[in-house]
Design a binder for this molecule. Sequence first.
Ligand SMILES: C[S@@+](CC[C@H](N)C(=O)[O-])C[C@H]1O[C@@H](n2cnc3c(N)ncnc32)[C@H](O)[C@@H]1O
Length: 278
Amino acid sequence: MRVEDFLAEVERSFAGDPQTSDPIDPVFAHIAATVNGYTAVNELAVLNAAARVLPDDECYLEVGSYKGRSMSAAVQGITDKTFYIVENYLEFGMQGQQAREELDRNLATHAQDVDVRLLEGNCFSLLHRPGVVDRPIGVYFYDGEHTGLSHYLALGIIEPWLADEAVILVDDATYPMVSVAHDAFLAKHPQWRLERRWDASSNNDPRWANGLHALSFRRDEATARGADEPWDVRWRRLAYLSSLGPGQKAAWKAIHRFPELIPLAKKLYPSKKASSID
Ligand SMILES: C[S@@+](CC[C@H](N)C(=O)[O-])C[C@H]1O[C@@H](n2cnc3c(N)ncnc32)[C@H](O)[C@@H]1O
């Protein structure tokens, strides 16, 4: 995936400066208005721009689909490419089955005839399994859980799967914990660059929700396929899998069983997610 192609396609997708103008295609406003979710109109147009210039022999992978708003937008106008969703359905206090059904309905409406493959499970376990996707990832959209550790790991875990040149889009990137995690990761991994920041001017900005950043990755000898997992990624993955991941899972299960814990969860997790626990 040529990063330059992506940046040019973003420019073509908006009437003016993407930060402050509307997407040319009204379909993104329609999707934002009709599909439950958290991504905002301009973000949807950027995701679609990336998918449009993705080569056919690479794929698009999204972590965190919820009910499919972002994926419904990404696939607009595209029929000949492969899209993956990685989703564990643990957050939001939602029943996994109900959320899946809504995702299925939305994809049936907006992604008819598109090859969208659902991988159910925690991205930090799934994406460490060999053969989980069948081609290099040219576009990666991360909209999963937002802790500093998760965000660092979200970049580290995906690197072996990326195409030799790839675009990485990170949602909620205006949150300081996200940009701090990026900066820390980029400082250690010179193959990665921050290409664009579309920051939110307020929480739940109507164009950019909580901000979207575009990163790029270009493989070199140090990141050749088959290289060992770098230590900074390895220890974080092991730490996540042994403590933070299971802890969060237990917490979300407890909220399903004991709804009276919701006010406490809102205090502990005061993000857009907490507002949708109800
Ligand atoms: C903010 S929502 C995604 C919103 C969606 N992209 C949209 O356009 O509305 C975050 C989703 O990420 C999922 N998620 C969070 N952490 C995850 C993980 N570690 N692995 C897989 N999915 C995860 C949650 O279940 C939740 O549905």
